[in-house]
Write a protein that binds this ligand. Structure first.
Ligand code: C2E
Ligand code: MG
Ligand code: MG
Ligand code: MG
Length: 295
């Protein structure tokens, strides 16, 4: 009997291993097929930008729109950057795709009314390629978009490189009149150190702090501290990932200048954007609720 049980267990183990190997195989195949598809996505016009409004907390007015890349895959539906950006990085496709993002973000918004910024995310690979500067200046020229209304969002990874090449590229962008924001602030190893390495125009407070804001005193203290630090260093602040009213009210109370998140609007195709500013105004008109903690 014992032998039989052992035999059964061994067999089961082998089955599980087979299933595991099969799923790894499946994953590798999936990835290769996505890779091949991504190579054609630009030519087949499957990429789109969604824009997420950024509002000023004082007035509720939209002061900016962040361009967020989407892949309208014919079989898999709408894919977010988390599902294909790493493939784009590894295959080198990030450069042509990134260039497309820059040109399209400017072209699709240049005719919108108002004095807003357009925010464009740049990955480390893009900044590390010196051609990015020419791409940007050409896109500005072709669309007639004022450089001071374009904000490039980078993460601190861009500055981790010990050589100063990336920093020099950022400085060149700055000289062109472009604005530079530090995205996902507070999530890295030594976020504070990077504030000294480059004179950012804006700090984007990572959404993990916003998420815990109403339940965690620590997150409130961090947001409050980041806000004061930014003010002292003459940088603007935007909070990411605002999903409910209490977070919004607390952020305003803590002195954060701007916010974006699903509460205000999800990222939307350019043609659907106009409807969201109305909601943004409603957000500002509502009374400020009492915050959990008084600073
Ligand atoms: P990110 O720049 O920090 O962008 C904010 C992310 O938070 C977006 O995810 C946005 O859809 C999401 N978000 C906005 N409001 C809320 C909210 O209230 N709650 C929650 N849970 N999430 C919210 P998305 O679009 O999936 O983009 C992920 C990341 O991919 C971006 O993070 C950015 O780093 C990168 N990315 C997006 N578009 C581009 C692009 O065109 N080029 C490059 N290089 N990177 C991009
Ligand atoms: Mg961003
Ligand atoms: Mg972010
Ligand atoms: Mg992020």
């Amino acid at each position: 009997r014992a032998d039989l049980a052992l035999y059964a267990a061994k067999n089961k183990g082998r089955d599980n291993l087979a299933i595991f190997e099969h799923s790894l195989d499946q994953q590798a195949r999936e990835r290769r097929s996505l890779e091949a598809d991504l190579g054609e996505a630009l030519a087949l016009d499957q990429l789109r930008l969604h824009f997420q409004p950024i509002i000023e907390l004082e007035t509720g007015q939209a002061t900016g729109y962040e361009a967020l890349l989407r892949w309208y895959h014919p079989e898999r539906g709408v894919l977010g950057p988390g599902e294909f950006l790493s493939i784009a990085e590894e295959t080198g496709l990030i450069m042509p795709i990134g260039d497309w993002v820059i040109r399209t973000a400017l072209a699709e918004t240049v005719d919108w009314a108002g004095d807003f910024r357009v925010a464009i995310n740049l990955s480390t690979t893009q900044v590390a390629d010196p051609r990015i500067v020419a791409t940007l200046s050409q896109a500005l020229r072709e669309t007639d978009f004022p450089a001071h209304r374009v904000e490039l969002e980078i993460t601190e990874h861009v500055l981790m490189d010990q050589s100063d090449a990336n920093r020099d590229t950022l400085l060149k962008m700055r000289e062109m009149g472009l604005r530079i924001a530090l995205d996902d602030f507070g999530t890295g190893f030594s976020s504070l150190a990077y504030l000294r390495r480059f004179p950012f125009d804006r700090i984007k407070i990572d959404r993990t702090f916003v998420r815990d804001l109403t339940s965690d005193i620590g997150s409130q203290a961090i947001v409050s501290t980041i806000t004061r630090l930014a003010e002292a260093m003459d940088m603007e602040t935007t909070a990411e990932g605002v999903e409910d009213r209490r977070q919004l009210d607390l952020l305003r109370k803590l002195g954060v200048k701007e916010a974006q998140g699903f509460l205000i609007s999800k990222p939307l195709l350019a043609e659907k954007i106009s409807a969201t500013t109305i909601k943004a105004e409603e957000v500002a008109e509502a009374p400020v609720e009492k915050a959990v903690i008084d600073y």
